[in-house]
Write a protein that binds this ligand. Structure first.
Ligand code: UDP
Length: 240
């Protein structure tokens, strides 16, 4: 049975890993272009799209902290700066095909992008511009998944669409277990209690507390972003 949902304002979370694809450098321009094309196709339908980008393709704070005396906060600031690089790349790609796009950073870099101002972000969306939120939450010890949940709640978007490299959430690792099953529907409780590695606990809890559904889907399959955005069944839906 097809779910009759359709979103008017969505928060698309694109991880750094997804942006990297299998490109030898950190960002695969084919992937940013396919994201841009699909986002364009849905903004034409009148769906408002905000994007939170990750930075794990360039730098992940937690895995660097400790090495060479790097403290966690400093490492995380570098990680947040990495997300700004991805955001600017994605913005440039989107604008190259005519999608008006604004980047807003969680900490000021005013020569490069606007600072995050909630009301202004909402205004951009209402005008049909895509808004890319960069620098995560602006705080160390958080993730861009948490930033996605937070911004989603702040701007009253209806859903977090989490783009990944796999088709959705499985009951086991599909890369090592060929019998792993794709789970089409999950509750927040199932995600946290079964320790399904969908999002970190802070992010999923924030979604749960604010009744924000999460769709986990495969970004590498053409058409999936548009499907996810328009509310067609794709990947795993987490809610309730
Ligand atoms: N980060 C942070 N605070 C935030 C968001 C991100 O400190 O609110 C840092 C953290 O070091 C993280 C890095 O930025 O490892 C990149 O973000 P993330 O790992 O969430 O990116 P993704 O996994 O989505 O590529």
């Amino acid at each position: 049975k097809k779910r009759p949902y359709r979103w008017q304002r969505v928060l698309l979370k694109v991880s750094g890993e997804a942006l990297a694809g299998d490109h030898i450098q950190n960002i695969d321009p084919k992937i940013t272009m396919s994201i841009a094309r699909e986002v364009a196709s849905v903004t034409k339908l009148g769906v408002e799209v905000a994007i939170v980008v990750g930075g794990g393709n360039i730098f992940r704070g937690a895995s660097w902290a400790g090495s060479s005396g790097l403290d966690r906060s400093s490492a995380d600031y570098i990680g947040m700066l990495a997300t700004v690089m991805n955001a600017i790349f994605l913005q440039a790609t989107m604008e190259s095909i005519g999608i008006p796009t604004r980047v807003q950073t969680a900490f000021r870099m005013s020569e490069v992008a606007e600072p995050y101002i909630r009301r202004r972000a909402v205004r951009h969306l209402e005008k049909g511009r895509v808004v890319i939120f960069a620098a995560g939450t602006g705080n160390p010890f958080f993730t861009t998944d948490t930033a996605a949940a937070l911004r989603c709640a702040e701007i009253n978007a209806e859903v977090v669409l989490k783009a990944t490299n796999v088709d959705g959430v499985y009951d086991d690792d599909p890369r090592t277990n060929p019998n792993a099953r794709l789970l089409e529907n999950l509750t927040y409780q199932e995600v946290t209690s079964k320790d399904l590695s969908v999002m970190d606990m802070t992010a999923i809890t924030l979604c749960q507390e604010n009744n924000i559904p999460v769709v986990v889907f495969n970004l590498t399959k053409t058409g999936n972003i548009a499907k996810a955005i328009t509310g067609e069944k794709v990947g795993t839906l987490i809610g309730g």
